[in-house]
Design a protein around this ligand. Structure first.
Ligand code: URP
Ligand code: ZN
Ligand code: ZN
Length: 465
């Protein structure tokens, strides 16, 4: 059985910062030992010097869309390219969204996503299920999926005719989840009202990407967030609201939590670091930043950071859904509503959140909590993933907190022709990445392979039941 010791580093988890050596055997963490102790010194096998480095759990990105079909095209990262890019950025687990097609079963959707991912991934992966057709049969199927380790279900109040479920369908899915241990995730924006505003904007000749942000109003995110929270209370089920971007939506989640309801919120780096100023970039450049929920005016960022500090928001995922500027985003050059929705980011999340530590928005352990430990607990993967503890998978990142880097499409590994953070200078950089004891990134060199990553059947949410 292969053995490794990572010695001399500062081990940072959601709960501790300790100077310790990490002993690994056969893909799992065996023990943490005091620096220089006999057990660490005598540990046979590979020795990795982590002096001056953080030793952190591999990132858990609970919201990705590899190869997602959207608006007549597909997200440009495959499971192969997307998980490789994730590894470069210090993420060792993704949870991607399988999609039920209209008229199709949950099982057919899940089988299709297994086929896309199997044998392709550089890191471990699990699936959520997007429900686009809630009916008696798909509701029943939810029970089977929970038993099989797909324990979370995304429902949309947006995208009429594509993904939208009505309030009755959402309530039924929540009731089912309430009885089977599943977790309903919601994309909360009032899609029917947004479509009216889209039509009116286009009729006024407002066609450029800036209007994507204007029609998808913060109030319509807040209204839908309020509505799904109330539905979850009626159903007696927990709720996880994805990609929260508006201050008013954070307030709805905070209020529900203050009242004692099991409501959870996720935000994404794009809402923390980018704004409507990007959507307004001239020459159709704003299309690079079209995603839903949309980027908001800068003033919303303070509420998101505050929510992350106060635990009104618990998770930062990427919603990685890349579309190339050339050929894909361009589909909406004359009509913002035809720009495929989504942005790249799976490679940048851990670094951007470390920058947030450097900038004083969050503390060091909170970085690990929102990027590793809490997503793992939220989606039934903890303590296998999300921490460094005896028995955990040896998914470990050596992170150099002093290295400087500049984000660029010229150097990133995501299969997309632009970076949303082009030219952004960051302090901190991933140096080495280990997945289940196997080195994937070795001192800034990729040494992994497609197919190393295995499928992760998940348990139920560890906060809600
Ligand atoms: O714009 C986005 N977020 N695209 C991906 C699909 C979704 O709604 O999460
Ligand atoms: Zn969504
Ligand atoms: Zn998404």
């Amino acid at each position: 059985m292969s053995r490794t010791v990572i010695h001399g580093g500062l081990v940072v988890t959601a709960s501790d910062e300790i100077h310790a050596d990490v002993l690994i055997e056969g893909g799992r963490v065996i023990a943490l030992a005091a620096h220089g102790s006999d057990v660490a010194e005598g540990w046979t096998g590979r020795r990795i010097d982590a002096s001056g480095k953080y030793v952190i759990p591999g990132g858990v990105d609970a919201h990705t869309h590899m190869e997602m079909p959207f608006g007549g095209t597909y997200a440009s990262d495959t499971f192969e390219t997307g998980t490789l890019a994730a590894a470069w950025g210090g993420t060792t687990t993704i949870v991607d969204f399988a999609i039920q097609s209209k008229g199709g079963s949950l099982k057919a959707g899940l089988d299709a996503w297994h086929e896309k991912a199997e044998g392709k991934c550089a890191i471990d992966y699990g699936f959520h299920m997007i429900m686009s057709d809630v009916n008696a049969s798909s509701l029943k199927e939810m029970d089977q999926l929970v038993s099989a380790g797909v324990t979370s279900f995304k429902l949309f109040t947006a995208y009429p005719g594509v993904f939208l479920s009505d309030d009755g369908q959402i309530l039924r899915a929540m009731q089912q989840a309430g009885s089977n241990g599943g977790l309903v995730m919601t994309h909360a924006e009032n899609g029917l009202a947004i479509d009216v505003l889209v039509e009116q904007a286009l009729a006024r000749g407002e066609r450029d990407p800036r209007y994507h942000g204007e029609v998808r109003k913060a109030l319509l995110e807040a209204e839908a967030t309020h509505r799904v929270i109330k539905l979850s209370q009626v159903a007696g089920a927990p709720l996880y609201v994805v990609h929260v971007s508006a201050e008013e939506a954070v307030a709805e989640i905070a209020r529900a939590r203050d009242e004692g309801h099991p409501v959870f919120g996720e935000t994404c780096p794009q809402y923390l670091f980018l704004s409507t100023d990007n959507l307004a970039e001239p020459g159709f450049e704003g299309a690079k930043y079209v995603c839903s929920t949309p980027l908001r005016p800068k003033e919303h960022q303070a509420a998101l950071w505050r929510g992350l500090r106060t635990n009104d928001l618990q998770v930062v995922s990427t919603d990685h859904c890349p579309f190339c500027f050339n050929g894909q985003k361009e589909m909406g050059r004359d009509d913002f509503s035809k720009i495929p929705n989504g942005m790249p980011g799976v490679e940048n999340r851990m670094d951007l959140l470390h920058q947030a530590v450097v900038d004083g928005h969050i503390g060091l352990r909170r970085w690990i909590e929102i990027a590793c430990a809490t997503p793992a607990r939220m989606f039934g993967l903890y303590p296998k993933k999300g921490t460094i503890a005896p028995g955990s998978d040896a998914d470990i990142v050596l992170y150099d907190p002093h290295a400087e880097q500049t984000i660029s499409a010229a150097t990133h590994h995501m299969n997309v022709d632009y970076s949303a953070y082009e030219g952004k200078r960051l302090t901190g950089r991933v140096e080495t990445v280990i997945s289940r004891g196997v080195t994937v990134i070795d001192n800034h060199a990729y040494v992994g392979h497609a197919g190393h990553g295995t499928y992760l059947p998940r348990g139920i949410c560890q906060f809600a039941h």
